[in-house]
Design a protein around this ligand. Structure first.
Ligand code: ZN
Length: 91
């Protein structure tokens, strides 16, 4: 599998993720913020295989985010290991 199996260059912005203007009902308007509306500024679109991979990883990403939020609540720096007392329990 190669990365191009998972994503394709956005045909609207040609991979730039930026679009200066948009056309609505034949009238050109400035695009506030400049993000390409088709790819949300990413510059690429996921293929069906790419969407499957994201769906597969989504529960793991959610778990990681929750873990980081819990660590932040306990005052542990992101990626840090919680401090332990002499008995090995978390402080
Ligand atoms: Zn785009």
């Amino acid at each position: 599998m190669v990365i191009n199996d998972l994503k394709q260059v956005c045909p609207q912005c040609r991979g730039m993720g930026f679009q200066a203007g948009i056309s609505r009902m034949g009238i050109s308007e400035p695009n506030v913020g400049g993000k390409c509306p088709k790819c949300a500024g990413r510059g690429f679109l996921l293929t069906s295989l790419g969407r499957d991979l994201v769906d597969l990883l989504r529960p793991f990403m959610a778990e990681l985010i929750e873990e980081r939020a819990r660590a932040r609540e306990r005052g542990v720096p992101a990626g840090g290991v919680p401090a332990t007392d002499k008995s090995g329990g978390e402080v």
